[in-house]
Design a protein. Sequence first.
Length: 133
Amino acid sequence: MLRTTQIGFTGGLPELRYVPSGDAVATVRVGTTDRWKDKEGEVHERTTWLRWECWGKSAENLAKLVGKGAHVLVEGSVRNESWEDKEGVTQYRDKYVVDQWRLLDRKPKDAGAEAAGTGDAPPSDAAGMGEPG
C-alpha cells in the first residue's frame, strides 16, 4: 500500500457523515501550492488538491476542530477504487485515507481542544458503500 504525507491548507470545512454501520466519516480537501520561476523570471504557481477521508473518532474531531483555510498535516494511505457510472463506464480514482492528522499553525475552532487526531481504518465493507462523489 502506498503511503503519503501532505502539508497544506483546507479548502473548506470538513464534511462529516455517518455510514449505515454508525461509523463517522469526514472528508476534507487539502491544497498544496508549488511556486517556481521560469527562465524569463516569471513566477508560476500550481495548486494540487487532494480529497482526504478520515474515519471514527478522528473524523468527528477533524470536523469539530478544523476550519476552512486551516494549515494541516495529514498522513495516510492511497487506495485505488473503481465504480461504474450511470452510463456503465468504469471510472477510477485514488482515495486518500487519513491515518493521522495535525493542525499546524491556525487556531482550532475550539481553542481549548486538542488539535490532532489518529485516523481509524475504515471498516472492510466501507469501500462498497455507494458511488464516490
